[in-house]
Write a protein that binds this ligand. Sequence first.
Ligand SMILES: Nc1nc2c(c(=O)[nH]1)N[C@H]1C(S)=C(S)[C@@H](COP(=O)(O)O)O[C@H]1N2
Ligand SMILES: [Mo]
Length: 328
Amino acid sequence: MLIRKRRGWEIPERLATPEDVYLNRRQFLRALGATGLGVFGTLIGCQQVDGRSVTEASPPVPGLPPPSATAHLYPAKRNERFTLDRPLTDEAVAARYNNFYEFSPRKERVYRLVEAFQTRPWQVEVTGLVKKPVTFDIDDLVRRMPLEERLYRFRCVEAWSMAVPWTGFPIKAFVNLVEPLSSAKYMRMVTFYNPEQAVGMNDDTFPWPYFEGLTMAEATNELALFVTGIYGHELTKQHGAPIRLVVPWKYGYKSIKSIVRIEFVEQQPPTFWSTLVPREYDFWANVNPDVPHPRWSQATERLIGTNERRPTLLYNGYGEFVADLYRT
Ligand SMILES: Nc1nc2c(c(=O)[nH]1)N[C@H]1C(S)=C(S)[C@@H](COP(=O)(O)O)O[C@H]1N2
Ligand SMILES: [Mo]
């Protein structure tokens, strides 16, 4: 996200350095198999991979929290309805290129700063215009929800994109459980607040904690997910553990991470980015190649990992699911 009037540190996406990818996932898995290390094991020193020698001193997936009480639910069964028009992004790339301002405004730094972040125990409070106000322990909530895996495109407003396998549950299932009142028109979500565990939150030019919102029609759309896993395992911290939103027809900033509160409200709630820079980041944020950002085109996107350029699709290619929401 770029805030011209406040910040000198922000660079246009096209000037960002390519991620350093030193080993792809398949090679990692083969290396793990060859050494008998578990998926949480640490690979240290020199490994033979495909006859080549590879030096690797960090876990294959940085930022994975210790296995939780619901870790055995991953990988969940894939829902084959959602198919991609492009290869999946390499997990090693997606895990090292994150927007999570609570840790750093620099995407390639976030994964190095999440170690102190504690994602268990974790509660999610459900409040506002709802029949059953409740505070869930995250693992109780996950056990009650139908987990599935979906392959989705994901498009950041900065014009980079990825394609990843999320694991989560439809927000519709959650809404059926807690039963918002008919007066509830919007669902508001809030991120944790803990500057001791998240160093970026010490920067008080931002209105912490991060907050977002959807209309009830958007939240209960078939595509809208609460996500608790990625690449067949629990969510990593940098992707928003233990629970985040994913709404793939909208720009990435709508997909709020590490949620602690869900509120049902009557009025359209302000959002973090629309509060900071209203002229550039509105409430709706539907992906649209024909509506440029005030400072750059949205016509194409860069696929992280390969740096391939692709035309951006209206609603990120999900018009068949969501176009009806926006017909006037
Ligand atoms: N709490 C919180 N949620 C957030 C953000 C953030 O800074 N803080 N960044 C958003 C933006 S701009 C994007 S593009 C996505 C990035 O998700 P990813 O790192 O899993 O790719 O998270 C979104 N959710
Ligand atoms: Mo973003």
